[in-house]
Design a protein around this ligand. Structure first.
Ligand code: G3H
Ligand code: 13P
Ligand code: ZN
Length: 326
Protein backbone atom coordinates (compact mmCIF):
# COMPACT_ATOMS: atom_id res chain seq x y z
CA UNK A 1 0.00 0.00 0.00
CA UNK A 2 1.40 3.38 -0.96
CA UNK A 3 0.54 6.52 1.01
CA UNK A 4 -2.45 8.48 -0.29
CA UNK A 5 -1.70 11.60 -2.35
CA UNK A 6 -3.75 14.69 -1.44
CA UNK A 7 -4.80 16.95 -4.28
CA UNK A 8 -3.84 20.04 -2.26
CA UNK A 9 -0.24 18.82 -2.36
CA UNK A 10 -0.40 18.86 -6.17
CA UNK A 11 -1.52 22.52 -6.15
CA UNK A 12 -4.99 21.50 -7.37
CA UNK A 13 -8.45 22.64 -6.26
CA UNK A 14 -11.85 20.98 -6.25
CA UNK A 15 -14.61 22.37 -8.50
CA UNK A 16 -16.69 24.13 -5.83
CA UNK A 17 -15.44 27.73 -6.24
CA UNK A 18 -14.87 27.29 -9.97
CA UNK A 19 -18.54 26.49 -10.47
CA UNK A 20 -19.72 29.32 -8.20
CA UNK A 21 -17.74 31.80 -10.32
CA UNK A 22 -18.94 30.20 -13.55
CA UNK A 23 -22.56 30.46 -12.42
CA UNK A 24 -22.18 34.11 -11.38
CA UNK A 25 -20.10 35.06 -14.42
CA UNK A 26 -22.28 33.22 -16.95
CA UNK A 27 -19.50 31.11 -18.43
CA UNK A 28 -18.56 27.43 -18.29
CA UNK A 29 -15.32 25.88 -17.05
CA UNK A 30 -13.68 23.74 -19.76
CA UNK A 31 -13.04 20.08 -18.99
CA UNK A 32 -10.50 18.81 -21.51
CA UNK A 33 -9.64 15.10 -21.63
CA UNK A 34 -6.06 13.91 -21.94
CA UNK A 35 -4.10 10.65 -22.16
CA UNK A 36 -0.51 11.76 -22.72
CA UNK A 37 2.11 14.41 -22.02
CA UNK A 38 1.53 16.50 -25.14
CA UNK A 39 -2.21 16.79 -24.53
CA UNK A 40 -1.63 17.67 -20.87
CA UNK A 41 0.97 20.32 -21.77
CA UNK A 42 -1.34 21.80 -24.40
CA UNK A 43 -4.31 22.00 -22.02
CA UNK A 44 -2.49 23.73 -19.18
CA UNK A 45 -0.60 26.02 -21.57
CA UNK A 46 -3.73 26.99 -23.55
CA UNK A 47 -5.65 27.69 -20.35
CA UNK A 48 -2.77 29.55 -18.66
CA UNK A 49 -2.34 31.72 -21.77
CA UNK A 50 -6.04 32.52 -21.78
CA UNK A 51 -6.29 33.00 -17.98
CA UNK A 52 -9.00 30.36 -17.80
CA UNK A 53 -9.77 27.95 -14.96
CA UNK A 54 -9.47 24.36 -16.17
CA UNK A 55 -10.56 20.84 -15.31
CA UNK A 56 -8.02 18.22 -16.42
CA UNK A 57 -10.19 15.25 -17.23
CA UNK A 58 -9.11 11.59 -17.27
CA UNK A 59 -11.29 8.58 -18.08
CA UNK A 60 -10.64 5.23 -16.40
CA UNK A 61 -9.03 3.89 -19.57
CA UNK A 62 -6.96 7.06 -20.07
CA UNK A 63 -5.66 6.66 -16.52
CA UNK A 64 -4.70 3.06 -17.25
CA UNK A 65 -3.03 4.15 -20.50
CA UNK A 66 -0.92 6.84 -18.82
CA UNK A 67 -0.44 4.63 -15.74
CA UNK A 68 -2.32 5.28 -12.48
CA UNK A 69 0.91 5.69 -10.49
CA UNK A 70 2.42 8.11 -12.99
CA UNK A 71 -0.77 10.19 -13.38
CA UNK A 72 -0.53 12.45 -10.27
CA UNK A 73 3.15 13.05 -10.94
CA UNK A 74 2.46 14.06 -14.55
CA UNK A 75 -0.17 16.49 -13.35
CA UNK A 76 2.06 17.87 -10.61
CA UNK A 77 4.71 18.56 -13.25
CA UNK A 78 2.22 20.24 -15.59
CA UNK A 79 0.95 22.49 -12.80
CA UNK A 80 4.51 23.38 -11.78
CA UNK A 81 5.29 24.23 -15.41
CA UNK A 82 2.55 26.87 -15.68
CA UNK A 83 3.18 28.20 -12.16
CA UNK A 84 6.81 28.76 -13.13
CA UNK A 85 5.55 30.78 -16.09
CA UNK A 86 3.61 32.95 -13.60
CA UNK A 87 0.08 31.57 -14.03
CA UNK A 88 -2.25 31.31 -11.03
CA UNK A 89 -5.21 29.66 -12.81
CA UNK A 90 -7.25 27.21 -10.71
CA UNK A 91 -6.70 23.63 -11.90
CA UNK A 92 -8.77 20.56 -10.99
CA UNK A 93 -8.02 16.91 -11.78
CA UNK A 94 -11.23 15.02 -12.48
CA UNK A 95 -12.13 11.37 -13.09
CA UNK A 96 -14.41 11.17 -16.14
CA UNK A 97 -17.17 8.51 -16.23
CA UNK A 98 -16.06 6.65 -13.12
CA UNK A 99 -17.89 3.32 -13.13
CA UNK A 100 -17.35 1.98 -9.62
CA UNK A 101 -16.86 3.08 -6.03
CA UNK A 102 -13.45 1.36 -6.04
CA UNK A 103 -12.19 3.35 -9.05
CA UNK A 104 -13.49 6.65 -7.63
CA UNK A 105 -11.84 5.93 -4.25
CA UNK A 106 -8.57 4.96 -5.90
CA UNK A 107 -8.56 8.29 -7.79
CA UNK A 108 -9.46 10.27 -4.66
CA UNK A 109 -6.59 8.53 -2.84
CA UNK A 110 -4.15 9.36 -5.63
CA UNK A 111 -4.52 13.10 -6.08
CA UNK A 112 -7.82 13.66 -7.93
CA UNK A 113 -9.73 16.70 -6.67
CA UNK A 114 -13.01 15.78 -8.35
CA UNK A 115 -14.66 12.57 -9.57
CA UNK A 116 -17.61 11.66 -11.73
CA UNK A 117 -19.57 8.58 -10.80
CA UNK A 118 -21.62 7.61 -13.83
CA UNK A 119 -24.60 5.55 -12.76
CA UNK A 120 -26.74 6.85 -15.61
CA UNK A 121 -27.24 3.35 -17.05
CA UNK A 122 -28.58 2.05 -13.71
CA UNK A 123 -32.08 2.32 -12.26
CA UNK A 124 -32.75 5.60 -10.42
CA UNK A 125 -32.47 3.85 -7.04
CA UNK A 126 -29.21 2.08 -7.94
CA UNK A 127 -27.77 5.29 -9.36
CA UNK A 128 -28.64 7.12 -6.12
CA UNK A 129 -27.08 4.36 -4.00
CA UNK A 130 -23.79 4.28 -5.96
CA UNK A 131 -23.51 8.07 -6.24
CA UNK A 132 -24.17 8.58 -2.53
CA UNK A 133 -21.55 5.97 -1.62
CA UNK A 134 -18.96 7.94 -3.63
CA UNK A 135 -20.12 11.32 -2.28
CA UNK A 136 -19.90 10.10 1.32
CA UNK A 137 -16.25 9.13 0.87
CA UNK A 138 -15.25 12.01 -1.44
CA UNK A 139 -16.58 14.70 0.89
CA UNK A 140 -14.49 13.44 3.80
CA UNK A 141 -11.48 14.22 1.57
CA UNK A 142 -12.73 17.58 0.25
CA UNK A 143 -13.26 16.09 -3.23
CA UNK A 144 -16.26 17.18 -5.33
CA UNK A 145 -18.53 14.70 -7.12
CA UNK A 146 -20.41 14.83 -10.44
CA UNK A 147 -23.38 12.51 -10.92
CA UNK A 148 -25.39 11.84 -14.08
CA UNK A 149 -29.06 11.42 -14.94
CA UNK A 150 -30.15 10.60 -18.49
CA UNK A 151 -28.20 8.75 -21.17
CA UNK A 152 -26.15 10.24 -24.02
CA UNK A 153 -25.86 8.44 -27.32
CA UNK A 154 -22.43 7.74 -28.77
CA UNK A 155 -19.59 5.29 -28.48
CA UNK A 156 -16.19 5.65 -26.89
CA UNK A 157 -13.94 3.17 -25.13
CA UNK A 158 -15.84 2.99 -21.89
CA UNK A 159 -18.94 4.97 -22.71
CA UNK A 160 -21.33 3.43 -25.14
CA UNK A 161 -25.00 3.67 -25.89
CA UNK A 162 -26.90 3.18 -29.14
CA UNK A 163 -29.56 5.70 -28.26
CA UNK A 164 -29.98 8.60 -25.87
CA UNK A 165 -32.75 9.31 -23.45
CA UNK A 166 -33.13 12.80 -22.16
CA UNK A 167 -32.84 13.64 -18.47
CA UNK A 168 -36.25 13.68 -16.77
CA UNK A 169 -36.49 17.06 -14.99
CA UNK A 170 -38.89 15.61 -12.41
CA UNK A 171 -36.05 13.35 -11.12
CA UNK A 172 -33.26 15.88 -10.62
CA UNK A 173 -34.25 17.38 -7.27
CA UNK A 174 -34.65 14.03 -5.54
CA UNK A 175 -31.37 12.80 -7.05
CA UNK A 176 -29.39 15.78 -5.78
CA UNK A 177 -31.04 15.74 -2.36
CA UNK A 178 -30.56 12.00 -1.85
CA UNK A 179 -26.96 11.83 -3.12
CA UNK A 180 -25.42 15.15 -2.07
CA UNK A 181 -23.66 15.31 -5.48
CA UNK A 182 -21.99 18.67 -6.20
CA UNK A 183 -22.92 18.83 -9.90
CA UNK A 184 -25.10 16.93 -12.34
CA UNK A 185 -24.45 15.83 -15.93
CA UNK A 186 -27.60 15.87 -18.01
CA UNK A 187 -28.69 14.60 -21.42
CA UNK A 188 -30.24 17.27 -23.65
CA UNK A 189 -29.13 16.12 -27.10
CA UNK A 190 -25.32 16.11 -27.00
CA UNK A 191 -23.52 12.83 -27.61
CA UNK A 192 -20.03 11.34 -27.32
CA UNK A 193 -17.60 10.97 -30.21
CA UNK A 194 -17.14 12.60 -33.62
CA UNK A 195 -20.38 11.40 -35.25
CA UNK A 196 -23.09 13.01 -33.17
CA UNK A 197 -25.92 13.16 -35.68
CA UNK A 198 -26.88 11.32 -38.86
CA UNK A 199 -27.63 14.23 -41.20
CA UNK A 200 -28.86 14.22 -44.77
CA UNK A 201 -26.87 16.44 -47.19
CA UNK A 202 -27.47 20.12 -46.38
CA UNK A 203 -29.28 19.30 -43.11
CA UNK A 204 -28.31 21.21 -39.92
CA UNK A 205 -27.81 19.50 -36.53
CA UNK A 206 -30.96 19.57 -34.39
CA UNK A 207 -31.09 22.11 -31.54
CA UNK A 208 -30.18 21.00 -28.04
CA UNK A 209 -33.24 20.66 -25.76
CA UNK A 210 -32.94 24.02 -24.00
CA UNK A 211 -36.50 23.54 -22.73
CA UNK A 212 -35.32 20.58 -20.62
CA UNK A 213 -32.29 22.54 -19.40
CA UNK A 214 -34.53 25.44 -18.36
CA UNK A 215 -36.89 23.17 -16.48
CA UNK A 216 -33.94 21.63 -14.64
CA UNK A 217 -32.64 25.11 -13.77
CA UNK A 218 -36.02 26.01 -12.32
CA UNK A 219 -36.07 22.90 -10.18
CA UNK A 220 -32.44 23.33 -9.02
CA UNK A 221 -31.80 27.07 -8.83
CA UNK A 222 -28.09 27.94 -8.74
CA UNK A 223 -27.01 24.30 -9.06
CA UNK A 224 -24.09 23.43 -11.41
CA UNK A 225 -25.03 21.48 -14.53
CA UNK A 226 -22.55 19.61 -16.75
CA UNK A 227 -22.65 18.95 -20.49
CA UNK A 228 -20.86 15.89 -21.85
CA UNK A 229 -20.38 15.12 -25.52
CA UNK A 230 -19.89 18.79 -26.34
CA UNK A 231 -17.26 18.74 -29.08
CA UNK A 232 -18.09 20.84 -32.15
CA UNK A 233 -16.12 18.59 -34.57
CA UNK A 234 -14.31 21.25 -36.62
CA UNK A 235 -15.03 20.75 -40.37
CA UNK A 236 -11.51 22.05 -41.07
CA UNK A 237 -9.90 19.29 -38.98
CA UNK A 238 -12.18 16.64 -40.48
CA UNK A 239 -11.32 17.88 -44.00
CA UNK A 240 -7.59 17.79 -43.17
CA UNK A 241 -7.87 14.25 -41.82
CA UNK A 242 -9.68 13.11 -44.97
CA UNK A 243 -7.28 15.02 -47.25
CA UNK A 244 -4.23 13.33 -45.72
CA UNK A 245 -5.37 9.73 -45.90
CA UNK A 246 -7.99 9.48 -43.15
CA UNK A 247 -11.58 8.39 -43.46
CA UNK A 248 -13.95 10.37 -41.27
CA UNK A 249 -16.94 10.88 -43.48
CA UNK A 250 -20.10 12.34 -41.92
CA UNK A 251 -18.42 13.47 -38.71
CA UNK A 252 -20.50 16.25 -37.12
CA UNK A 253 -20.68 17.95 -33.72
CA UNK A 254 -22.54 20.50 -31.58
CA UNK A 255 -22.62 24.00 -33.13
CA UNK A 256 -20.53 26.50 -31.13
CA UNK A 257 -23.40 28.99 -30.76
CA UNK A 258 -25.49 26.41 -28.92
CA UNK A 259 -22.65 25.70 -26.52
CA UNK A 260 -22.17 29.45 -25.99
CA UNK A 261 -25.85 29.72 -25.09
CA UNK A 262 -25.56 26.76 -22.69
CA UNK A 263 -22.44 28.26 -21.06
CA UNK A 264 -24.42 31.39 -20.16
CA UNK A 265 -26.97 29.25 -18.26
CA UNK A 266 -26.53 26.92 -15.27
CA UNK A 267 -24.15 24.81 -17.37
CA UNK A 268 -20.88 25.32 -15.45
CA UNK A 269 -18.74 22.56 -17.03
CA UNK A 270 -18.43 21.59 -20.68
CA UNK A 271 -16.59 18.38 -21.65
CA UNK A 272 -14.39 18.32 -24.73
CA UNK A 273 -12.37 15.32 -25.84
CA UNK A 274 -13.08 14.53 -29.51
CA UNK A 275 -12.16 18.04 -30.73
CA UNK A 276 -8.69 17.69 -29.23
CA UNK A 277 -8.24 14.23 -30.73
CA UNK A 278 -9.26 15.51 -34.16
CA UNK A 279 -6.95 18.54 -33.99
CA UNK A 280 -3.91 16.41 -33.15
CA UNK A 281 -4.75 13.68 -35.67
CA UNK A 282 -5.23 16.22 -38.47
CA UNK A 283 -1.79 17.77 -37.91
CA UNK A 284 -0.01 14.44 -37.45
CA UNK A 285 -1.52 13.12 -40.71
CA UNK A 286 -0.41 16.29 -42.53
CA UNK A 287 3.17 15.95 -41.28
CA UNK A 288 3.32 12.26 -42.21
CA UNK A 289 1.89 12.95 -45.64
CA UNK A 290 4.12 15.93 -46.42
CA UNK A 291 7.29 14.56 -44.78
CA UNK A 292 7.19 10.78 -45.21
CA UNK A 293 10.81 10.43 -44.12
CA UNK A 294 10.12 12.05 -40.72
CA UNK A 295 10.41 9.74 -37.74
CA UNK A 296 11.27 12.01 -34.82
CA UNK A 297 8.15 12.09 -32.57
CA UNK A 298 8.87 15.72 -31.66
CA UNK A 299 8.42 16.68 -35.32
CA UNK A 300 4.83 15.44 -35.42
CA UNK A 301 3.72 15.60 -31.78
CA UNK A 302 5.13 19.14 -31.40
CA UNK A 303 2.98 20.68 -34.18
CA UNK A 304 0.01 18.62 -32.96
CA UNK A 305 0.48 20.09 -29.48
CA UNK A 306 0.62 23.62 -30.95
CA UNK A 307 -2.64 23.00 -32.82
CA UNK A 308 -4.29 21.83 -29.59
CA UNK A 309 -3.10 24.96 -27.75
CA UNK A 310 -4.73 27.14 -30.46
CA UNK A 311 -7.96 25.15 -30.31
CA UNK A 312 -8.14 25.47 -26.53
CA UNK A 313 -7.51 29.21 -26.55
CA UNK A 314 -10.20 29.68 -29.19
CA UNK A 315 -12.72 27.55 -27.24
CA UNK A 316 -12.06 29.34 -23.95
CA UNK A 317 -12.49 32.76 -25.58
CA UNK A 318 -15.30 32.17 -28.05
CA UNK A 319 -17.29 29.16 -26.81
CA UNK A 320 -16.95 28.62 -23.05
CA UNK A 321 -16.45 32.29 -22.22
CA UNK A 322 -13.89 31.23 -19.58
CA UNK A 323 -10.93 33.24 -20.92
CA UNK A 324 -9.91 35.97 -18.49
CA UNK A 325 -12.19 34.50 -15.78
CA UNK A 326 -9.66 32.91 -13.45
O1 G3H B 1 -16.53 10.48 -22.63
C1 G3H B 1 -15.48 9.84 -22.60
C2 G3H B 1 -14.20 10.47 -22.97
O2 G3H B 1 -14.25 11.07 -24.23
C3 G3H B 1 -13.02 9.56 -22.84
O3 G3H B 1 -13.18 8.35 -23.44
O4 G3H B 1 -12.62 6.09 -22.52
O5 G3H B 1 -11.91 6.76 -24.84
O6 G3H B 1 -10.80 7.75 -22.83
P1 G3H B 1 -12.06 7.16 -23.41
P1 13P C 1 -16.87 14.64 -26.89
O1 13P C 1 -16.74 13.26 -27.47
O2 13P C 1 -18.00 15.38 -27.55
O3 13P C 1 -15.61 15.41 -26.92
O4 13P C 1 -17.31 14.48 -25.35
C1 13P C 1 -16.35 14.25 -24.36
C2 13P C 1 -16.94 13.88 -23.05
O5 13P C 1 -18.12 14.02 -22.78
C3 13P C 1 -16.03 13.36 -22.03
O6 13P C 1 -16.70 12.92 -20.89
ZN1 ZN D 1 -18.66 12.13 -21.26
Amino acid sequence: MTDPIRYEDLDLVNTKKMFQKAMEGKFAVPAYNFNNMEQLQAIVTGCAESDSPVILQVSGSARQYADPTMMPHMVKGAVAMVRKAGSKIPIALHLDHGNSFELAKDCIDSGFSSVMIDGSHLSFEENVRLTKEVVDYAHTMGVTVEGELGVLAGVEDEVSSETSHYTRPEEVQAFVEKTGADSLAISIGTSHGAHKFKLKPGEQPPSLRFDILEEIEQRLPGYPIVLHGASSVSPEHVAMINQYGGNLESAVGIPADQLRRAAKSAVCKINIDSDGRLAMTAVIRKVFSESPAEFDPRKYLGPARDELISLIKDKNKNVLGSAGKM
